[in-house]
Design a protein around this ligand. Sequence first.
Ligand SMILES: Cc1cc2nc3c(=O)[nH]c(=O)nc-3n(C[C@H](O)[C@H](O)[C@H](O)COP(=O)(O)OP(=O)(O)OC[C@H]3O[C@@H](n4cnc5c(N)ncnc54)[C@H](O)[C@@H]3O)c2cc1C
Length: 292
Amino acid sequence: MAFCDFKLHKPESVTEACRLGREFGRTCAYMSGGTELLVDLRSGRKKVAHVIALGGLKELREIRRDGDTLHIGAQATLSEIAEAPLVHEVFPALAEAIVTMAGVQIRNLATMGGNFSCGVPCSDTPPITCAAGGSIVVAGPDGEREVAARDFVLAPRTTVLNPGDIVTAIRIPVQPTTSGASFQRFTMRRGSALAVASVSAWLNVEQGVITAARVVMGAVGPIPLFAENCAASVVGQAPGDSVFADAGALAAAEAQPISDLRGSEQYRRDVVAVLARRALACAAARAEGRTS
Ligand SMILES: Cc1cc2nc3c(=O)[nH]c(=O)nc-3n(C[C@H](O)[C@H](O)[C@H](O)COP(=O)(O)OP(=O)(O)OC[C@H]3O[C@@H](n4cnc5c(N)ncnc54)[C@H](O)[C@@H]3O)c2cc1C
């Protein structure tokens, strides 16, 4: 059976997409940009009899502000998100993360909905969304629900999605003016390459003191990992090189990397220490208005 021996469905509404997904269950897959799915089908990692293309659902492409939330439709492409003035205004670290991903051809097709739904440990948008305190809107045969981004991925390639569930949007709260965030990522080469490790940091700084922090690591654990000890160590401190270097060492200890062709376990821990220090320093500078 050729990898493309599947029946293609083009639902015209979210309700129809969910109904088809429930009807075909594990024998189908949803497709957004197809940049992950088609690779999986071609390599034989996945086999399905039905592909349900979500690209026709134009209402899922919108990027807008909903009161105190940035709403990113699950079908908006990575390029559209990275170029959207609203994203730069509300949470520029997301655009910063996206432009490090893949190459422009992939970003012109790939979506954030797909990046979350595949549940791959080195996916780049989940950690920065978790650092922002974001959430994922899921539509299913029984209605809509909102899941905190940190609860969305359960294990490698396993998410909270059930048959018939589709991601419809990613929601990011409008950030306080006293906060700043940064995404730092290391790859084996420039250009299109998957992360060896990434660290996303979010800080709130008031009157020279860090009052809240979130640090989330990517590609060094089965799911996006919160470096809780690292984040706790900077709260109550003034931003400074030694504070961030010590915090970086804590993040390295909290990482759960594997050894693979992109790096050994120890190498990845060493990379995390550096990335966490840089991400915290950059987030602090942004929170204090020292840099954009
Ligand atoms: C050359 C290359 C480079 C890459 N580089 C990177 C990189 O640097 N960083 C990175 O994170 N990723 C990278 N990727 C992986 C991939 O491009 C991203 O994960 C992308 O965001 C997937 O989005 P998509 O819309 O193409 O998803 P698709 O391929 O359409 O789908 C991915 C998975 O999610 C499911 N799905 C898709 N949309 C939905 C939805 N709305 N609701 C429910 N389920 C859904 C599909 O069934 C499938 O299982 C790369 C891929 C390639 C081929």
